[in-house]
Write a protein of this length. Structure first.
Length: 263
């Protein structure tokens, strides 16, 4: 769905009629370094990375303006809990300034028109899901622990419980660290790959790695859901926030988001 509002660096995705969805990048907000990129002032949307809360509120307002609806975010804990949001939450998140969290969980689902759902990442996999016919959408935060816990499956279960058909569900898998850059101990790679074989990877240095985006795509395919994958690696792309890149540089960084709403 097209929209006249602009925000620097947004990567839109088509998830069907009546659904507005996009992934943000690190640019277009008001945060200074280290919560910014070379492209300019940063659109850091995370509250837990030492950025000033007032700046984060402005950045979230810019994202909501681009969406055309308030955007709810959860406190993500690398689990598989799904939080359902509805009319009361739409009113709450439309308040100014926006509240900090919709609760503790790693997936959000709603059938409420005009309420955005956001998933925060800086290397983990952001997943957007929609059934345009059933009029229900969801987001999921799929890091290593989330992929193992099946957070994407739980988000799909929540959609189905609200009338979605996996054959109709459309998914977008956003920018995340790729298998060439995500080095892990061999035992960790083996543990994750035993559950989700598609995550098995080898880094550029020839060391054990994990390809979480491929694992998420495989989990979706196992449920009959075809996914659009945004082929951008957060570690490699300087326009995106990367926790691993920041740690290597001895600093911190911001959080970008996948955002979706029924409109």
């Amino acid at each position: 769905m097209s929209d006249t509002r602009t925000l620097a660096g947004v990567h839109p995705v088509d998830l069907g009629d009546g659904v507005h969805a996009f992934f943000t990048t690190g640019a277009g907000g008001v945060s200074p370094a280290p919560w910014a990129t070379a492209a300019g002032s940063g659109l850091n949307l995370g509250l837990n990375v030492s950025d000033d809360a007032a700046r984060v509120a402005v950045n979230r307002s810019l994202a909501a303006e681009r969406l055309g609806a308030p955007v709810a975010f959860a406190t993500q804990v690398h689990g598989d809990t799904v939080i359902e949001l509805g009319a009361a939450e739409r009113v709450r998140w439309a308040a100014h300034p926006p509240p900090g969290s919709a609760g503790e969980g790693d997936a959000l689902v709603t059938a409420e028109r005009g309420l955005g759902l956001g998933v925060l990442v800086a290397d983990c996999v952001p997943v957007l899901l929609a059934d345009p016919e059933a009029r229900v959408v969801a987001v999921a935060h799929a890091g290593r622990k989330g992929v193992l816990a099946g957070v994407v499956h739980r988000a799909l279960d929540a959609l189905v419980a609200r009338g979605a058909d996996p054959a109709r569900v459309r998914a977008a898998v956003g920018p995340a660290v790729c298998g060439r850059c995500y080095e892990v101990p061999a035992a960790m790679r083996d543990e994750v790959a035993a559950a989700v074989p598609e995550t098995f990877a080898t880094t550029r240095a020839g060391t054990p790695g994990l390809d979480l985006p491929s694992g998420v795509v495989a989990q979706l395919a196992a449920r009959g859901v075809a996914a659009t994958r945004v082929e951008r690696c957060t570690f490699e792309d300087p326009d995106l926030f990367s926790h691993r890149r920041a740690v290597a540089a001895g600093t911190t960084t911001g959080r970008q988001a996948g955002i979706i709403a029924l409109v």
